[in-house]
Design a protein around this ligand. Structure first.
Ligand code: SAH
Length: 352
């Protein structure tokens, strides 16, 4: 099993032949553990409202230039139906931390979908109460994504201030979600100012310690109108600062596969934003087995502006067909059904 110092060394590797070895190793481990199926998850960004002041994110509450929206339950249901028609087995509901959205409101949508459609539901709606997580689990949501963003507590506090000055701990929330029987997803941003190679190696090791079922990471992209988009002195680079580039992002995907062989690992939109559409293909060849096509209606998609020029904002209707062709062209199959994480099935952590 790969350890923290191996990870650290790989992160600093620049030799092209050695890197080819890393990609091949990750691809082999992917094939042996999760097979050739590529699972497609329809990503629905249903609300960009947010109460939080995260220093990296364009949805932060202080960003008053952004027009805010929350889709109606009927609009959400129509998108979920479209995901089913496109052959996706999962919808991922993502939003800012929309505190005006009640737990009950979301629970009713989850219930309607699980009654009417054969979809697995993943939630990614931020830091909510244990009662709400339990309510949504009972309503039928099976998976939750909450990136811990960085394992360095000082960097976390700086980039992710608590509300009312309170300190928050996403690790505590991840444990609550696990206890409730969710299939558990997390991840980090790659190249946040102040993130050193040592920290990133620790982040990746943390994926295994948390025994994550789904792990999505992507490059940090500076966003205008945010403290981290404005070259602030408050965020000096680390001594060995991690670059927020595509190569480093692929290394993180590959190393994540080596340390968590059975996890579901997406090749994320942020990598495609930096590296163009072929990023999805490269991610699939370097350890990933999941793609999350955006199914948000275009008029809302452009408002879900976590960072600028997000890939897929101008995605057309042919996109889904092209994606399927690309998957076949790289010698893989489109996953059928829910595509639960083998890591989750292995331990059967369903504690409900
Ligand atoms: N409110 C939810 C969903 C946030 S958006 C939550 O906080 O969990 C999902 C992810 O987008 C975040 O977890 C973060 O890692 C990523 N993200 C936000 N701003 C970003 C930026 N500027 N560059 C790269 N990734 C970003």
């Amino acid at each position: 099993m790969i350890n923290q110092s191996d990870i650290y060394n790989w992160l600093g590797e620049t030799d092209p032949d050695r890197l080819t070895e890393l990609w091949e190793l990750a691809d082999d481990v992917r094939g042996e553990n999760v097979g050739d199926e590529v699972h497609l998850r329809g990503l629905l960004e249903f609300s960009n409202r947010c109460v939080r002041p995260c220093a990296y994110c364009g949805l932060r509450a202080e960003n008053r230039d952004l027009q805010r929206y929350r889709m109606t339950p009927d609009e959400i249901l129509a998108c979920a139906r479209k995901a089913t028609e496109l052959g996706y087995g999962t919808v991922v509901f993502q939003s800012g931390q929309d505190q005006a959205m009640t737990g009950q409101w979301l629970a009713e949508i989850i219930e309607r979908i699980t009654e009417q459609l054969p979809l697995a539901i993943t939630l990614s709606v931020g830091e909510r109460t244990a009662e709400e997580f339990a309510l949504w689990r009972r309503a039928g949501a099976g998976r939750y994504l909450l990136r811990f963003e960085t394992s360095d507590p000082a960097l976390y506090d700086l980039t992710h201030p608590g509300l009312d000055g309170g300190r928050l701990n996403r690790f505590t929330i991840l444990h609550t979600l696990r206890r409730l029987g969710y299939e558990l997803g997390s991840g980090v941003m790659v190249g946040i100012p102040g993130q050193s190679f040592r920290t990133l190696a620790r982040d990746i090791e943390m994926f295994a310690k948390l025994d994550l079922d789904m792990i999505g990471s992507g490059p940090f992209i500076p966003t205008p109108n945010t403290p981290l988009g404005e070259n602030s002195d408050a965020f000096p680079p680390a001594e060995r600062q991690v670059p927020n580039d595509e190569l480093m992002s692929y290394k993180v995907i590959a190393l994540t596969r080596l340390i968590c062989p059975q996890a579901n690992i997406p090749t994320t939109t942020a990598v495609a934003t930096l590296d163009g559409p072929e990023a999805y293909e490269l991610g699939l060849r370097r350890g990933a087995n999941v793609i999350m096509p955006n199914i948000t209606p275009p008029e809302y998609r452009r408002l879900y502006a976590i960072y600028p020029d997000k890939a897929g904002v101008n995605q057309d209707d042919d996109y889904h067909e092209r994606l399927k062709k690309m998957i076949t062209a790289v010698g893989r199959r489109i996953g059928v059904g829910r595509g639960d994480s083998p890591n989750y099935r292995r331990v059967s952590k369903c504690a409900l």
